[in-house]
Design a protein around this ligand. Structure first.
Ligand code: PRP
Ligand code: URA
Length: 209
């Protein structure tokens, strides 16, 4: 799959299996999503460029590496994307956080926008678009379109579970957007839920069902 990276870390796989189980409650679901997001953030920042800068230790002057660009923004898609923010901020505490409010219409399954707030200089930033679920791909694709309308040129999508259908939509609509995902599942059911998936991520995260 072009432009798709599937995390192969055993800790991520193990934690995701616990999240999938229907008896895992909101408290553990939230905690596990934060833990996985921390591990994901560590992995996906591997390619951030470094600059060598002059520093002074207590005993010598030297040149040492620092991240070249600190211009990152985390863009969670509400609601479930919120569950990934704390993990990312653990690893990238200086990142700004923008919010994209989208929900899937229960009948049409199409995304409906209700909120969009980004840092003023978002066009100059690398955007990590956060959402645990990439199902039809409608929400992620719409979020990328909104970000591009604001001038964003460097967007990375980070997801926990994806359906092949959602990946195909993203590859068609936004071939420039790299996708990182913990698992690619089998298919979407008639209600556009990922199978086997983990159910409704927002409801499980916030205990709303
Ligand atoms: C879920 C999920 C994604 C979207 C994925 O959100 O968090 O945003 O569905 O589906 P798609 O790929 O088919 O667009 P939902 O619409 O249930 O909103 P919520 O997080 O507020 O419950
Ligand atoms: N949204 C979810 O939360 N879960 C799915 O399986 C599909 C969309």
């Amino acid at each position: 799959m072009e432009n798709v990276v599937v995390f192969d870390h055993p800790l991520i796989a193990h934690k995701l299996t616990i999240m999938r189980q229907k008896d895992t409650g909101s408290k553990d679901f939230r905690q596990l999503l934060t833990e996985i997001s921390t591990l994901m953030a560590y992995e996906i920042t591997r390619d951030l460029p470094l600059d060598y800068v002059d520093i002074e230790t207590p005993v010598a002057k030297t040149k040492k590496p620092m991240i070249a660009s600190k211009k990152l923004v985390l863009a969670p898609i509400l609601r479930a994307g919120l569950g990934m923010v704390d993990g990312f901020l653990t690893v990238i505490p200086v990142a700004k956080v923008g919010h994209i409010g989208l929900y899937r219409d229960p009948k049409t399954h199409l995304p409906v926008e209700y909120y969009f707030k980004m840092p003023a200089d978002v066009a100059d930033r690398k955007v990590y678009l956060l959402d645990p679920m990439l199902a039809t791909g409608g929400s992620a694709s719409a979020a990328c379109t909104f970000l591009k309308q604001r001038g964003c040129k460097d967007i990375v999508s980070v997801n926990l579970v994806a359906a092949p259908e959602g990946i195909a939509v993203m590859q068609h609509d936004h071939p420039d957007v790299k996708i990182y995902v913990a698992a690619v599942d089998e298919y979407l059911n008639e209600n556009k839920y990922i199978i086997p998936g983990l159910g409704d991520a927002g409801d499980r995260l916030f205990g709303t069902k």
